[in-house]
Design a protein around this ligand. Structure first.
Ligand code: IMP
Ligand code: MG
Length: 185
């Protein structure tokens, strides 16, 4: 039996709940809001979330990296930048999981340094609140994790594997060992 963290149904419920709140919040926008996918982990979440957004929006992505295997390196590298001008727009940063908070702080600082957005809104599917190293802005959370466990599935990976699972779970030690062999091939 897998140690499930979020089932398909729970994920869908979270997308509906967060989407409904965002619809209310993004009702009267002068410029089109931009939803930013933090690649690659948030790819599944953003695609399901935006299906519930009723107004016109723009979608863009940013690629950063901090994790090496199942450990955060603490050092964030920008791999691919945003390409839409975010000045005067509401910006919704869509993230898979907030762990230490370092990535989200980097993203918010980066956006504020380059642009003058109307507002920045943070939506994360998972919040590993117990692992936080620095306080960080979060507006919408799918689910809060009370234990500091490494999770995979629905975009979240271990060495690029398991992004394709439709649910999120905690891989066993044996599964992690199997993945290590797989990626070494
Ligand atoms: P932070 O900078 O420590 O908050 O880490 C955030 C990033 O690390 C997330 O965007 C994820 O991509 C990745 N990450 C953190 N925890 C996990 C996990 O349990 N499984 C997979 N990726 C994770
Ligand atoms: Mg991520």
């Amino acid at each position: 039996m897998k140690e499930l963290v979020m089932s398909r149904e729970e994920i869908e419920e979270a997308c509906i709940r967060i989407g409904t709140s965002l619809n209310e919040r993004l009702k009267n926008e002068e410029r089109l809001p931009v939803f930013i996918c933090v690649m690659k982990g948030a790819m599944n979440f953003i695609s399901d979330l935006i299906k519930h957004i009723e107004s016109d929006i723009l979608v863009d992505y940013i690629k950063i990296s901090s994790y090496e295997g199942d450990k955060t390196s603490g050092h964030i590298t920008l791999k691919q930048d945003i390409s839409i001008n975010l000045d005067s727009r509401s910006v919704v940063i869509v993230e898979d999981i907030i762990d230490t908070g370092l990535s989200m702080k980097y993203l918010i600082d980066h956006i504020k340094e380059k642009y003058s957005p109307k507002q920045i809104i943070v939506a994360t599917l998972l919040d590993k609140a117990c692992a936080r190293k620095i306080p960080v802005q979060i507006d919408y959370v799918g689910k809060t994790l009370n234990e500091n466990k490494f999770v995979v599935g629905y975009g979240l990976d271990y060495k690029e594997l398991h992004r394709n699972n439709p649910y999120i779970y905690v891989p066993t030690k044996e599964e992690v060992e199997k993945m290590d062999i797989e990626v070494a091939k």
